[in-house]
Design a protein around this ligand. Sequence first.
Ligand SMILES: Nc1ncnc2c1ncn2[C@@H]1O[C@H](COP(=O)(O)OP(=O)(O)OP(=O)(O)O)[C@@H](O)[C@H]1O
Length: 303
Amino acid sequence: MIQVESVEKAYTSRKNTVRVLERVSLEVRPGEVCALLGRNGSGKTTTIRIICGLVLPDAGRVSINGYTLGEPEYMAQFGALIDTNRGLYPRLSPLENLQYTCMVRGMSRQAAVERAKHLLEELGLWDKRNAPTQTLSKGMLSKLAFANAIAHDPPFVLLDEPTLGLDIDAAEALEAQIRQMAQSGKGILLTTHQMEVAERLASRVAILSKGRIAVDRPKSELMAMFARQTYRVVLAEPLLEDILPMAHSLDETRTVLEVSLEHPRQIYELMDKLRPAPIKHIERLEADLGEIFKTLTKEPHHV
Ligand SMILES: Nc1ncnc2c1ncn2[C@@H]1O[C@H](COP(=O)(O)OP(=O)(O)OP(=O)(O)O)[C@@H](O)[C@H]1O
């Protein structure tokens, strides 16, 4: 398990100090895909860099499977894609890069070559296997950086925006890989601004906001919490009076409104308020992680 405990981090320059993480705690278990979400600058990359040992925290502790940074076993517990240039040698070919990573992590030359070839084939980079890495396109580099992160088959994988720059087929293939890795028992921590990606992949969602983990829940629980509360009501006639603040939004025909209720039984109160406009249809809306994210990162909000 990855355990991040009460980590604090501030960046200090001569002019000012930016407090990025304030007592951030997070766990990633084997077999789970944890989506770490947050607005720009909320500290997602900093958190991942701290886990990788690239940035030292001011306070707190990080361990993976019980090993802490500095112990030789620590680095073997994870692979990371942080930015597509990191860890790749531009003049070496993709084949050489992957082979090198595997050998540095202890594989024999033969096993490393086999593994590198397998990954290149699987990720659609076979044709470029001998080209200098610096000649690859952005999307190809992303794929190679992903392959490099998982090359030595580590139990945990950290992925900072893994689908950035990928075309639709490549993104789907990558998602399938991530899903399959989780099924095989690997723990994945990923950041993304693409809420649909998080919604499809995550089993757990953690949201960083204002330096803290504002939310950390199984995705299904989070979605259920919000799904219970939002309804779409279609009226047979336009609504004449405003029933705000209960109404969340009303379309321009004033016949379709979306309302957020704190408890399902409030639906009766709502129906009462809406009379005499006849209700044609009421449905409970599916939760949308994007909306949930926006709601939860607006203000410091702890659920
Ligand atoms: N090396 C650094 N020196 C100074 N400030 C930094 C450094 N790295 C990051 N920061 C600041 O720390 C804050 C968090 O940055 P970080 O990259 O962790 O956020 P993020 O959530 O990954 O953002 P994004 O979604 O935009 O990638 C930002 O205010 C950023 O400017």
